[in-house]
Each structure stands twice: as structure tokens, then as C-alpha cells.
Design a binder for this molecule. Structure first.
Ligand code: NAP
Length: 274
């Protein structure tokens, strides 16, 4: 079975180079089958969130499939309504109960929002959770450079991860460079552009005799970023992790880089608030 080389975070915690995102994965059969197929095919990272409403379903699927806790890297995220110090710590307890575990491998702030005081209060709770050992690493999602700068000027422990929208259509080289300079590992959400592929991707796939999804995920990995593609389909799950036996040439990477458009599929972190 595929054994992948881990990535090392700033605090020396090891993290798998690809994972399964479970946004919109339904509780029960769909989750159980996907988790089973993922684990059997070498996935060791599972990404959920309080917001997805399926932490308990993921916890059950991991248990029912007898997946050893120490084998996997479990990620969840504090929901917007659970921000601020006390609520964040309280919500983490519930997350751990739902996932049937005593710790998370990474706990992330889901959205920055526009209230700086709330961000810092929430981050202090993340630091507390980290220092108490309930979470092995802490990070954020959807933070832009200015928001990271502000956080880092006001924190004791720097974020180790920033999970952002990232695909050829929407990628932010300046943000990614900033994260690399500060040893913040970038994770890519919606790395498959939610299953929509244009002409350039299709023709590169044809050239390498790979699928369009494999081309997108390989491109992400070659940028040093951890993709967390979602699929409920066992064949696609297998396809999506089968990307470690080829490399994209510079010309093809550049062609994909150039598909960049300034169009997000979700909220703008610089204005979105809650
Ligand atoms: N931090 C954040 O703010 C944030 C935001 C959004 C998402 N996320 C995380 O990122 C994960 C991934 O993002 P996402 O789920 O939005 O989008 P995505 O992974 O880009 O796309 C998922 C879609 O692509 C389809 N798909 C999967 N494999 C495929 C393949 N090989 N060929 C063609 N289509 C394929 C899936 O359908 P099937 O399931 O039917 O295969 C699903 O409809 C989420 O699950 C979640 O964990 C985080």
C-alpha cells in the first residue's frame, strides 16, 4: 500500500501530504464507505469542521472501520459562532467528543472575520488548547497577509497552518510566499475546482495520460501545498491519491499557473464578517 512522505510543520509535527476533505459528506453509509476507501488507499489526513455538521459522523466512521487513532492526522475548525476565548475552548471539547478522540492533530480558525479583538481572544484559546495538549498544532483558514501579520504581532504562538482556497483558477502566489517565509504550511481547499475542468487542464491530462483531477492535485503538491480533495466515490478517492508517480514539467506548471483569475468561490476574507 502507498506510503507517503510526511511534511514537517514549524513545531516539528508530521503531517501527511494529502488528505480527504469531508465537507458535504453525509452521515452514515456515504461517510463510512468514503473513510474506509480512503484509509485503504493510503489517506491518513481527514479534514472536517464544526461548520460541516459531520464531526460525529466522521468519528463514527473512523471507529467503525477500526482505524487506529495514531495512524491518522485529524483536522477540525472552530465555527464562526464559536469564536472568542471561552466559546472556542468549550466548542473544542464538543468537537473531541463528537470525533471520539482525546486530541486533534490540527485545530484551525475557520474564518478571520473583521473583529480584531475577537480574533486575538479566539487565538488565545487556540494557544491554550495547544499548550494543554488537546491539539497538536494550531492554525487558521482563509487569512490574508495583513490578517496573518496582525495575528503574529499579537500572539505568543504563531499559526502553523493556513488553509485557503487554492486551484489554478484561484491562487494567491503572494500569500503562499508569505506563508512559506513564515513557516506556515498552506493547505488547499477546493483543489479540484469542485470538479470543473477547462480545456487547458484536459489537454495536459491527455498529454500525461492522467485524469484532470490528478493534474490539479499534482500541480498543488508541486507548489508545496497540501490538498484535501473531497470525494464520496471510492474510485475517485483512489484516483485522487494516485499522484506520486509523475511530475509536471515546468511548462505545464506555468500553463496551469496562468489560468489564474481573481474569482473566489466563497466569501472575501477581507470583508466577510459574522
Ligand atoms: N477552510 C475552508 O474555508 C474550507 C472551505 C471549503 C472546503 N474546505 C475543505 O476542503 C475540502 C475540499 O474542498 P471542496 O469539497 O469544496 O471541493 P473539491 O475537493 O475541489 O471538489 C469536490 C467535488 O469534486 C468531485 N470530485 C472528487 N474527485 C473527483 C475526480 N477525481 N474527478 C471529478 N470530480 C471529482 C466531488 O464529487 P464526488 O464526491 O461525487 O466524487 C465533489 O463534487 C472540503 O471537503 C473541506 O474539507 C475548507
Amino acid at each position: 500500500m502507498l506510503k507517503l512522505k510526511d511534511i514537517t510543520l514549524a513545531n516539528n509535527i508530521k503531517m501527511p501530504p494529502i488528505g480527504l476533505g469531508v465537507y458535504k459528506m453525509q452521515a452514515g453509509l456515504e461517510m463510512n464507505q468514503a473513510v474506509k476507501a480512503a484509509y485503504e488507499n493510503g489517506y491518513r489526513l481527514f479534514d472536517t469542521a464544526q461548520m460541516y455538521g459531520n464531526e460525529a459522523a466522521l468519528g463514527t466512521a473512523l471507529k467503525e472501520n477500526d482505524i487506529p487513532r495514531e495512524d491518522i492526522f485529524l483536522v477540525s475548525k472552530v465555527d464562526n459562532g464559536n469564536q472568542w476565548y471561552d466559546q472556542t475552548l468549550e466548542s473544542l471539547k464538543i468537537t473531541l467528543e463528537k470525533l471520539q478522540t482525546s486530541y486533534l492533530d490540527a485545530f484551525l480558525v475557520h474564518w478571520p472575520g473583521q473583529n480584531k479583538e475577537r480574533t486575538i481572544s479566539t487565538w488565545k484559546a487556540m494557544e491554550e488548547a495547544y499548550e494543554s495538549g488537546l491539539v497538536k498544532s494550531i492554525g487558521v483558514c482563509n487569512f490574508e497577509i495583513g490578517q496573518l501579520q496582525y495575528l503574529m504581532e499579537h500572539c505568543r504562538i504563531q499559526p502553523m497552518i493556513n488553509q485557503i482556497e487554492y486551484s489554478p483558477l484561484f491562487h494567491q502566489p503572494e500569500l503562499v510566499s508569505y506563508c512559506k517565509e513564515h513557516q506556515i504550511q498552506v493547505m488547499a481547499w477546493a483543489p479540484l475546482q469542485r470538479g470543473s475542468f477547462g480545456e487547458t487542464i484536459l489537454s495536459i491530462a491527455e498529454k500525461y495520460q492522467k485524469t484532470p483531477a490528478q493534474i490539479l492535485l499534482r500541480w498543488t503538491i508541486q507548489h508545496g501545498i497540501i490538498p484535501i480533495p473531497k470525494s464520496k466515490n471510492p474510485d475517485r478517492l483512489r484516483e485522487n491519491i494516485d499522484i506520486f508517480d509523475f511530475s509536471l514539467k515546468a511548462e505545464d506548471r506555468n500553463a496551469l499557473d496562468q489560468l489564474r483569475q481573481e474569482k473566489r468561490t466563497s466569501f472575501d476574507p477581507l470583508t466577510f464578517d459574522f
